[in-house]
Design a protein around this ligand. Structure first.
Ligand code: HPA
Length: 283
């Protein structure tokens, strides 16, 4: 696995170096552009991009509205790599495949991972269109670290305190205030999907401490923390768990698009504000 990760990373590095004539150095920040963050690509000064289909060992995204490529460039004065399109467990990928791109990002030089997603609002104070800064998560998707541990990537029993970095969340508060963006805060519950939850399941997610329900993010964040990356995550609340309306993928896409400007301003602002020193370790 380690060889595979390194091979993919060096393939990508070679590609980016060829396109940029070696002008683009390694990215510091990795961004997973979930629902509602696709527009952030427009703010990146793009140096190179590579389609997933052209990357050996990379899975290919099957979800409508998710484009499959990696974009390299600068944003807010920082070198970034953005994943346009992510891999979900519900698509049928093995847990290790879902997190493979995050592993590769680490070997590309990334120290900070920023993720976004769409989620159903369980917390009764949340409204459709709200942005929720993820303060913690509950992972109900098969854990991507199950199996032999690769010591070069991280420890057998990784700590999950401060999973969503407190300093980055503080930066998010300052950016949101300056930009006039209201933020919610809460615990993201990552379920397998692809079904939206039953009313009883939403109540269960709430009872165990969740504020929002989604079908992504937790595996990627677990892999990132395993490797010592600093993580920031935010959800767009695209539907209300306890509404009479059925959950619906088109609604999720539509609400995601409506909140896109806020989400883009938040992420670009955080990156531009200067990221705190990463609490990462070198491998
Ligand atoms: N549940 C799970 N995933 C989701 C939801 C939801 O209500 N909304 C958007 N993604």
């Amino acid at each position: 696995m380690l060889q595979r990760i390194k091979k993919t990373a060096s393939f990508i590095q070679g590609n980016v170096a060829a396109v940029t004539g070696g002008a683009f150095e390694e990215p510091e920040v990795g961004i997973i552009l979930g629902t509602g963050l696709g527009g952030l690509v427009g703010s990146i000064d793009i140096a190179a991009s590579i389609d997933y289909a052209d990357i050996p060992d990379f899975p290919v995204s099957t979800v409508e509205g998710h484009r499959g490529r990696m974009v390299f460039g600068t944003l807010g004065g920082r070198r970034v790599v953005a994943m346009q399109g992510r891999f979900h467990y519900y698509e049928g990928y093995e847990p290790w495949q879902v997190v493979f791109p995050v592993r590769v990002m680490k070997f590309l030089g990334v120290r900070t991972l920023m993720v976004s997603n769409a989620a159903g609002g369980i917390n009764p104070n949340f409204r459709v269109g709200d942005i929720m800064v993820i303060t913690d998560h509950i992972n109900l998707i098969p854990n991507p670290l199950v199996g032999p541990n690769i010591a070069e990537l991280g420890p057998r029993f990784p700590d999950m305190h401060n999973c969503y970095d407190a300093e980055l969340r503080a930066v998010a508060e300052r950016v949101a205030e300056a930009e006039g963006i209201a933020l919610r805060h809460g615990v993201y519950v990552g379920g397998t999907g692809p079904t939206f939850e039953t009313q009883a399941e939403y109540r269960y997610f709430g009872a165990i401490g969740g504020d929002a329900a989604g079908m992504s993010t937790t595996p990627e964040v677990i892999a990132a923390r395993h490797m010592g990356l600093t993580v920031f995550g935010a959800s767009i609340i695209t539907n209300a768990a306890f509404s009479d309306e059925a959950g619906d993928h088109e609604d999720v896409q539509r609400q995601g698009a409506l909140a896109e400007a806020k989400m883009t301003a938040l992420f670009a602002g955080i990156i531009g504000a200067g990221l705190p020193a990463a609490s990462h370790k070198t491998i």
